[in-house]
Ligand binder design. Structure first.
Ligand code: FMN
Length: 180
């Protein structure tokens, strides 16, 4: 599987890093971290990045990177967390960065895309943008807490949320206990 991971400047950027760390090593990962996400990372965690050999990192300004073209075949993309700025650009087709261009490519090629918008509360513009993208087939999957899987710690809760993103992308895992 070839997976594009965009990390944008919303609270919870650390979840994006943990998501990368938990990805199976046989997945080829193309990762782009926006400049705002780098700022948020400095505020919210120690800035340590995973160095798994299956992850290629690109600068958000590298508009000529392979993932900017539909002729480069990938299977899926996730933007997590997805800032309201990036959400808005995605919903109107602005493609002025590698993350938004890659998103636009995935949409036109009708490939799987998952967005994890993070803001609280959402305003009507945010909700309209999400509705529009959902109607276009994008999976809208914010980092939402669930309490039915016997979570005891923050780490358990994060594993549950990351597991739900893996589910949406079709990646098998044992990150949380399923309801049965
Ligand atoms: C520590 C920090 C936390 C932020 N949290 C959020 C957030 O939860 N949601 C959001 O939409 N923007 C948040 N922002 C603001 C975005 O980073 C800002 O709108 C930026 O322009 C987003 O750029 P990007 O979409 O290119 O990453 C946060 C900024 C910082 C520095």
């Amino acid at each position: 599987m070839k997976l594009i991971v965009g990390i944008t400047g919303a609270s919870g950027v650390g979840l994006g890093i943990k998501f990368l760390e938990k990805l199976p090593l046989d997945i080829e990962v193309y990762c782009v971290i926006s400049n705002s996400a780098k700022v948020a990372l400095k505020f919210e965690q120690n800035g340590a990045m995973p160095n798994n050999s299956n992850i290629l990192f690109y600068d958000d300004s590298s508009i000529g990177a392979c993932i900017a073209s539909g002729s480069f075949q990938t299977d899926a993309m996730i933007i997590l967390p997805c800032s309201m700025n990036t959400l808005a650009k995605c919903s109107v087709g602005i493609a002025d960065s590698l993350i938004t261009r890659a998103f636009s490519v995935m949409l036109k090629e009708k490939r799987k895309v998952v967005l994890a918008p993070r803001e609280m509360p959402f305003n009507t513009i945010h909700l309209e943008n999400m509705t529009k993208l959902s109607n276009l087939g994008v999976v809208i999957s914010p980092p939402m807490l669930g309490y039915y899987s016997d979570q005891q710690t923050l780490e358990d809760m994060e594993r549950f949320i990351i597991g739900k993103w893996f589910d949406a992308l079709g990646i098998s895992h044992d990150l949380y206990k399923r309801w049965s």
